[in-house]
Design a protein around this ligand. Structure first.
Ligand SMILES: [Zn+2]
Length: 390
């Protein structure tokens, strides 16, 4: 057994006195140890983190038949103490063992085959070879998995010769290309035997719970999201905190939150329609007032209005005062807009003057025929622009 690394001999081993055999750099400084409790990324399980002496271990990978511990700073050969970030690893063991159980129950009780597994930072998922899963399906699967958690089934690992494999009842998606040596089998007693090199809990009881979070269709299959153990509890706590904040904001109980938000959104839609109608009416009134003023150029600045407002007011004004040239500006949330237009009887060359105005204001714009509109970084040269038109 001595050829097995510490994480495989005992996945609950959190620290170890060992030695740096070799220090190297393949783009990142790394150390190869005589033995290790840090699991290298593989089989869908992320690499462990921890410390090597005083140095942080940022990543652990199998490369060229050795386990490389990638470090924040280079290490030197010699004795060293290696320590595992246990909280993170135990979380991975819960998610990973949860996946074994979920996959076995989904296959054997429901006929849904697992095609892929992904252990994410927040949630995990398995891809199932079934076109769609409804809420009832998820509930039935979650209940069946919970029964196996309650049964506190022992989880054990063993190594067998590859030639013994066909005689055993093993669930496997095949061994990696070029694989040699013994095959590692992980058994959930009475439920499942699987080929796997990862780290696992010693009992399904340590899963605490496997919570199904939802499903979505994907490439003819279904991606099923789940969280196990401490993750599921922390997620629940986050939901509770969020609900409490929403209850206070919306003045509704948990069961009324969605309806309360729907009500608020409908209110917003009604108010937006009302605001738009008022803006249009305002633009029309302003246009009337400006049309009644004497002079061949009408100009006005609007605070808190946008380009659409200028367009409406400008068009109204040009229609009701055909002899006038119209120069309108607006500022909304730090953005500046301008518009030049002219009535049918005005001799103003709108496109030519528009380009001059844009240059004067340091902005950009465009238009055709009797309308030119644009944006400017400021309206500091506004008075000069008006003077240009008179
Ligand atoms: Zn495994």
């Amino acid at each position: 057994m001595s050829d097995l690394a510490g994480y495989e001999r005992d996945p609950y081993l959190t620290e170890l006195d060992t030695a740096v055999l070799r220090a190297g750099d393949d783009g990142r400084p790394f150390a190869v140890l005589a033995d290790t409790v840090l699991y290298p990324e593989g089989g869908g399980q992320p690499a462990d983190r921890g410390t090597l002496g005083g140095a942080e271990v940022l990543d652990v990978q199998k490369r060229d038949g050795e386990i490389r511990h990638y470090l924040q700073a280079p290490a030197a050969p010699g004795p060293v103490h290696v320590r595992l970030d246990w909280e993170r690893r135990f979380d991975h063991m819960q998610q990973h063992t949860g996946q074994h159980l979920l996959t076995a129950v989904a296959q054997d009780r429901f006929g849904w085959e697992t095609r892929a597994f992904h252990l994410g930072e927040e949630v995990c998922d398995i891809e199932l070879g079934v076109a769609a899963l409804g809420a009832e399906d998820l509930r039935a699967l979650e209940d069946a998995v919970a029964a196996e958690v309650r049964a506190a089934r022992p989880v054990e690992a063993a190594r067998v010769k590859p030639e013994d494999l066909p005689g055993l009842k093993v669930r496997s998606r095949g061994l990696p290309e070029g694989f040699t040596g013994d095959v590692r089998l992980v058994t959930i007693q009475g439920v499942d035997t699987n080929t796997c090199g990862g780290t696992h809990l010693r009992s399904t009881a340590e899963l605490e719970a496997v919570v199904l979070l939802g499903a979505e269709s994907l490439r003819g299959g279904t991606r099923l999201f789940f969280a196990a153990g401490g993750r599921a509890r922390r997620r629940m706590a986050a939901h509770e905190a969020r609900n409490a904040a929403l209850r206070t904001l919306l003045g509704a109980p948990d069961t009324g939150l969605a309806a309360a938000v729907e009500g608020k959104l409908e209110q917003v839609r009604v108010l937006e329609r009302k605001a738009r109608a008022l803006e249009e009416e305002l633009a029309d009134r302003v246009a009337e007032a400006l049309a009644a003023r004497p002079g061949v150029v009408a100009d006005h600045h609007f605070e808190g209005r946008d380009a659409a407002f200028l367009l409406r007011a400008g068009r109204q004004l040009a229609a009701s005062a055909p002899g006038k040239a119209v120069f309108l500006t607006a500022t909304l949330e730090g953005r500046h807009f301008f518009l030049l237009t002219a009535g049918e009887a005005s001799p103003l060359d709108v496109p030519a003057r528009g380009r001059e105005l844009a240059a004067l204001l340091g902005g950009r714009g465009g238009g055709s025929g009797r309308l030119f509109q644009g944006k400017a970084p400021s309206l500091d040269a506004r008075d000069a622009a008006v003077a240009l038109l008179s």
